[in-house]
Design a protein around this ligand. Structure first.
Ligand code: ATP
Ligand code: MG
Length: 413
């Protein structure tokens, strides 16, 4: 689990603000979800045989002896919330949420045990148009963040739930013929989660998969038409993508469209956003069958992509230095008065002793453009010294004139 230092947190905030702006331009509404759910929600919806449920969840008994889990992903909780609050039946919804997720994985660059996601979930829309909207919207987010050149879209269709299970049988038959050459995890998955084998990172297994049957050849007509429509919409907006038959997603709930936005700039942890359609999920939480589709993006990985180019903003516009006990108290009150009028002005007050020289050094590192110097003589005369930090110019003005003067100084760039 990582600590976020001010610069990192600023990058996260920038990403979230940018994405929030795009989401609102598509009419998506933010929701808040608990960080803890009953364990059974994830084992049922994400699937017993997935990596997440098999080995990654933080699960514990609470004081009532109930098994709870720190959420490893947001979709299950969102579907539960929407169903429990009657937000799904006969309605169309576009939701988003942001916050931490928890998975007990091996920590490494781009992979943490607590990480942040922004997730989007849509309900009540069965057609390819909403899939297209999600991808066009995501593309717009990359544009707004300035990273379209470093991400690429990989798409696949898993077909209807029936087509997927036919394919599963064909795939299992193939995997049995190469069983002894597969890695251990993949051998085990033949019976538990054979589609997941396609997602294997083991090179030898990947080579063997080159000859495996392809989902694309087993798609039902409806899923095939759905996939074609989606691709046409992307072509129309000239959004580049590749169809990658190996994209299956590790979770049980997906059908039809699945996708990942990946990058080469982060080494092995290359997926920055992933999602797809989950038309069977609402029924699984006891609702009437309702189509759903969504995605989640990893903020930690996006932040790593932006890190090099991101320019942090220093915390202050104005730094107030003071000399002597009386001036120190005065400067604190002066800052309050300025904030009453200039409510976006960022003022840092020097709250400690110190020689003027060392206070001015702090003023420089604070990023402030203006320093105010308050001394006892100035207070007696109802004045303060204003110092322009870039030029070193300084002059004295009356406290009464100060806010107007500052407002003019700071609005000039
Ligand atoms: P991966 O294949 O990298 O393990 P995943 O398929 O487990 O990813 P999802 O469950 O689809 O990931 O989560 C969506 C996004 O959340 C990922 O694309 C990634 O950006 C981010 N993410 C997932 N797990 C982690 C993690 N442990 N640390 C940081 N980010 C993560
Ligand atoms: Mg994972």
């Amino acid at each position: 689990m990582q600590d976020l230092l001010p610069r990192q947190k600023e990058i996260f905030r920038h990403i979230e603000d940018t994405i929030r702006g795009v989401l609102s331009s598509y009419g998506y509404q933010e929701i808040g979800l608990p960080v803890i759910e009953f364990t059974s929600l994830f084992s049922r919806l994400v699937g017993e045989a997935t990596d997440i449920v098999e080995k990654e969840m933080y699960t514990f008994d609470d004081r009532n002896g109930e098994s709870l889990t720190l959420r490893p992903e947001g979709t299950a909780g969102c579907v539960r919330m929407a169903q429990e609050n009657g937000l799904i039946f006969n309605q169309v919804q576009r939701f988003w949420y942001a916050g931490p997720m928890f998975r007990h994985e091996r920590p490494q660059k781009g992979r943490y045990r607590q990480f942040d996601q922004i997730g989007v979930e849509c309900f009540g829309m069965a057609g390819p148009d909403i899939d297209a909207e999600l991808l066009l919207m995501t593309y717009r987010m990359w544009q707004a963040l300035g990273i379209t050149d470093t991400v690429q879209l990989e798409l696949n269709s898993l077909g209807s739930i029936a087509a997927r299970s036919t394919y599963r049988e064909v795939l299992v038959a193939y995997l049995e013929t190469v069983r002894s050459d597969l890695d251990e995890d993949s051998q085990r998955r033949i019976s538990t989660n054979p589609l997941r084998v396609l997602d294997s990172k083991v090179e030898k297994t990947r080579d063997l998969l080159a000859d495996a049957p392809r989902m694309g050849d087993y798609l039902d007509d409806e899923s095939s038409a759905h996939f074609d429509d989606l691709r046409r919409a992307l072509d129309q907006r000239q959004i580049p993508y590749v169809v990658n038959p190996m994209i299956v997603r590790g979770l049980d709930y997906y059908n039809k469209t699945v996708f990942e936005w990946t990058t080469d700039s982060l080494g092995a942890q290359g997926t920055v956003c992933a999602g797809g359609r989950y038309d069977g999920l609402v029924e699984q939480v006891g609702g009437r069958s309702t189509p759903g589709v969504g995605f989640a993006m990893g903020l930690d990985r996006l932040a790593m992509m932006l890190d090099e180019k991101f320019e942090s903003t220093a915390p202050a516009d104005v730094y107030i230095a003071s000399l002597g006990e009386i001036a120190r108290t005065f400067s604190l009150m002066l800052a309050e008065d300025i904030r009453n009028t200039l409510d976006t002005c960022r003022i840092v007050v020097h709250c400690a002793d110190g020689k003027l020289k060392s206070q001015m050094k702090k003023a420089d590192t604070s990023g402030a453009r203006v320093a105010l110097i308050v001394g006892e003589d100035e207070i007696a005369g109802g004045e303060v010294t204003v110092k322009h930090l870039a030029t070193g110019d300084q002059h004295t003005i009356t406290v009464a004139e100060l806010t107007e003067h500052l407002s003019k100084l700071l609005s000039k760039e």
